[in-house]
Design a protein around this ligand. Structure first.
Ligand code: ADP
Ligand code: MG
Length: 537
């Protein structure tokens, strides 16, 4: 799936692709130029005493570095921009898919999993552009270009470089690996240190009450000590790496100088070529050092791509159909069974709910009350049997119809940082502000007058939030109202006020409610659910 998205993106943005390739080529070629200018300066200018040209070539030499800087900047800018636009494209595709994922698959995975797909994984893919593949290709090209340049100067010297090159790569790789391991263990332990610190801060009351300070301190010091040791190792490799690379670089340079000093003819190079080769070899080290980080970034990105592909394998929900339901609504459970994974929650349940009827499900926790409600809402599909609304399977109903016919009140009201008007109407702008104000008056929240204010959950009590939720139900004027333990978290006074409001508002509507305790709706038929019956398999 990722591959498809990637190809689709670059088909649409062919110019960016061409620009990227062009940039890589320009940056690679430019990297080779200063060494060549140096060769010309030594061989053609200094040796032929053309002092008048020295200034000009000095300027050209400086300019070549300026050009390298400019093009590196342009390349980075291009990559940053491409990666951002690509990420937006990818996240867009992911959002489209997440809309289609089944309710059940969503709740079976904790929200952290989905957050990781959208944050960590897409960010790793971002790095693939900004510091992964593109940089690696550029660096490989640079290494290749340098080796070719040296071969052009001297076949023998080229062969020697070809022999030394793998050795340098291996040494760098080994040290990098050790460095990485030390960093990783230091990072892990850092996580432990933070975790135990947070735990202790959160549990400070218990620690003080139970006089556990010395025990906690001992535990903390132990982890701190381990972290310190791991950190030392990591620091050691960090400080070791760069001087070591410098030493190797200088050794190679010294070797060239010594061998050339003994006999310039061994390599068949002019002095200019030797100086140029030294510059080139010095330049060889940086890309080699970078390769390690780049490979690591690519590995991380490959894992991220795997996970993104995994995200796209979440199967799509049932195809929804546009439905005409008419005015009079009835709901029927016909021999419905339902199981999450293997555990049977509902078994052979039948119930006919006529227009205007009120139903209350009662039963112990885990007896399947909420599951029955979800089945009637159509967000889950029965494993056997059918849940029908006017003879149409509820899970097939399209979302617009669903919103028009159904309204739900949970114990935790759902608000999403919109204005009061948006939250009440759920952005159905055909509902007027007057109607919203009217609903607020009915539920007793008449002191809310500015509907354009953001509905900030922290500014309201749980009772007020429940009333706002009821106001939402009122403005939508649905045919079916679901109340899932809406009184569990509010004061009994507000709860019975809500019951009164619904009693008078919902005379002609179906109301399916779940109540553990407290008032129930007038004329409500009570359906008792028993754990034993449902778990009898
Ligand atoms: N998403 C889920 N995945 C697996 N099991 C679930 C899930 N949701 C609920 N269950 C299980 O199904 C049973 C019924 O749950 P539910 O309908 O929420 O009960 P109630 O609302 O009556 O307390 C419980 O045993 C619960 O553990
Ligand atoms: Mg429940």
């Amino acid at each position: 799936m990722f591959k498809r998205i990637f190809i689709e993106y670059f088909k649409r943005h062919l110019t960016s692709l061409i620009l990227i390739i062009l940039m890589i080529l320009i940056v690679t070629v430019l990297a080779l130029i200063p060494a060549q200018i140096l060769r010309i300066i030594v061989d053609d200018i200094i040796f032929n005493n053309k002092a008048n040209l020295l200034l000009l070539f000095g300027i050209i030499y400086a300019l070549s570095y300026l050009l390298i800087g400019v093009f590196n900047f342009l390349k980075n800018l291009l990559m940053l921009n491409t990666s951002q636009v690509f990420l937006e494209f990818l996240r867009g595709k992911m959002l489209t898919h997440i809309h289609k994922i089944k309710y059940q698959d969503m709740v079976n995975n904790d929200s952290g999993t989905f957050e990781a797909y959208f944050n960590n994984d897409t960010n790793s893919i971002n790095e693939l552009f900004t510091s992964g593949v593109i940089d690696m290709v550029t660096d490989l090209f640079k290494i290749f270009g340098i080796v070719i340049s040296i071969f052009i100067y001297s076949l023998r010297f080229g062969i020697i470089i070809l022999i030394i090159l793998p050795l340098i790569i291996i040494v760098t790789g080994i040290i990098r690996n050790k460095m990485l391991k030390a960093q990783l263990s230091s990072k892990n332990l850092e996580g432990n240190v933070n975790k135990i610190l947070l735990e202790n801060v959160e549990g400070i009351k218990e620690i003080k009450t139970n006089h556990l300070s010395s025990y906690v301190k001992e535990k903390y010091m132990k982890i701190l000590n381990n972290h310190f040791k791991a950190n030392q190792a990591s620091n050691f490799y960090d400080s070791f790496f760069s001087p070591l690379m410098q030493i190797i670089r200088n050794l190679v340079v010294a070797l060239i100088l010594i061998v050339s000093g003994i006999n310039l003819d061994i390599f068949g190079m002019t002095i200019g070529m030797v100086i140029s080769a030294i510059t080139l070899i010095s330049d060889l080290f940086t890309p080699i050092e970078n390769l390690g980080t780049e490979i690591q970034t690519i590995q991380k990105s490959v894992a991220a791509i795997k996970r993104i592909n995994e995200f796209f394998t979440f199967p799509s929900d049932f195809e929804k159909k546009e439905t005409l339901l008419g005015d009079k609504i009835n709901i029927s459970y016909k021999n419905v069974s339902f199981s999450y994974d293997k555990e049977v929650v509902i078994k052979d349940f039948s119930l006919f709910i006529n227009a205007g009827e009120k139903i209350t499900f009662q039963g112990p926790s885990g007896s399947g009350k909420s599951t029955l409600m979800k089945l009637a809402l159509g967000i889950i599909k029965p494993s056997a049997g059918e849940v029908l609304i006017n003879n149409c399977p509820i899970y097939l109903i399209d979302n617009a119809t669903r919103r028009k016919y159904f309204q739900i009140v949970y114990q935790e009201p759902f608000f999403s940082n919109g204005t009061i008007y948006e939250e009440l109407t759920l952005r159905d702008f055909s509902i007027s502000k007057e109607k919203c104000q009217e609903a607020l008056n009915i539920v007793g929240l008449d002191y809310i007058v500015n509907l354009d204010l953001i509905l900030n959950k922290d500014e309201y009590s749980s009772g007020e939030l429940a009333l706002l939720n009821i106001a939402r139900v009122l403005v939508h004027n649905p045919k079916v109202i679901f109340l899932d333990e809406m009184n569990a978290k509010i004061d009994p006074f507000t709860a019975s006020k809500i019951i009164k409001i619904i009693n008078s508002f919902a005379k002609d509507k179906i109301v399916i409610s779940i109540n553990h305790y407290g008032d129930i709706l007038e004329n409500s038929k009570i359906i008792k659910l028993d754990n034993q019956i449902n778990k009898s398999i």
